[in-house]
Ligand binder design. Sequence first.
Ligand SMILES: [Zn+2]
Length: 285
Amino acid sequence: MNNQTRSESSRRAYWTEQTESACGFMAKMRDYPVKECGETLVPLRQAVKDARLTVKFSDKQLAGKYDHIFYLREGLVKKFLAVAKEMNNLGWFLKVEDCFRSRVMQKCVGLQKSVFDQILKAVIWENNGKVPAPELMLRRLMAFIAASPKTGTHLSGSALDISVYHAGSLRPLDRGAPYQEISELTFMNSPFIPKTATHNRLKIRTILEKYGFMPYPFEFWHFSQGDAYSEYLTNSGKPARYGAIDFNLFSGNVTVIGNPETPLYSLDEIGVQIEAALSRLSKKN
Ligand SMILES: [Zn+2]
């Protein structure tokens, strides 16, 4: 890595280029055809237990108030277990950070302080200290947070956020940044992370891809299969079989979300959140 690459301005330019590229990606996802197959979701904890594999699940509540729903579409579970087994064979284990999200959970994730504040800080940095208008903030949020049910694959029960740990030391593999860090290091192919981290990202994604889980290019921890992201990324030409759904945990029923392109956040809401985040950030400094 040369001095040019390391410089602040190249980091800023990379951040802008990647987040803008994510907006283009999301526009494609919004229009991507979906032919929902209606398949149910099943609990991953039980599947892991039955397969006698080592997998950890995050015990941190989502947005500080929701227990995670570690359920995945039934048709993906065998493949998930194959990934987990391969990791175990390498002396590693998967930690599932997040899995299915309901609409309410998804909205809370988008506005949770830990994520929103990081994105706002990054956008202020991108704009040389200027607070962004809600429109720009929403454009940047789109890279990391689903702007509508249609563009968020956690709502399809087909996505996983993961970390990977060494089974011996119980330390995470270095991927250049922790889960949910939002910066120029977050993008899968970030040139600003150390070589070992690049290598680890590659090793991890190779295993997931082997079993059909496609890496999301704008977050190094997000993988999915059978949804619009993965069909588009593999250039399959097929419609997504998993779309945005409401899932009834008790009956196991899956219901397609109507008008899934409807935005989850209004510009007014983003404006209010910017003010709240600024007040939090000023107290920290
Ligand atoms: Zn994710």
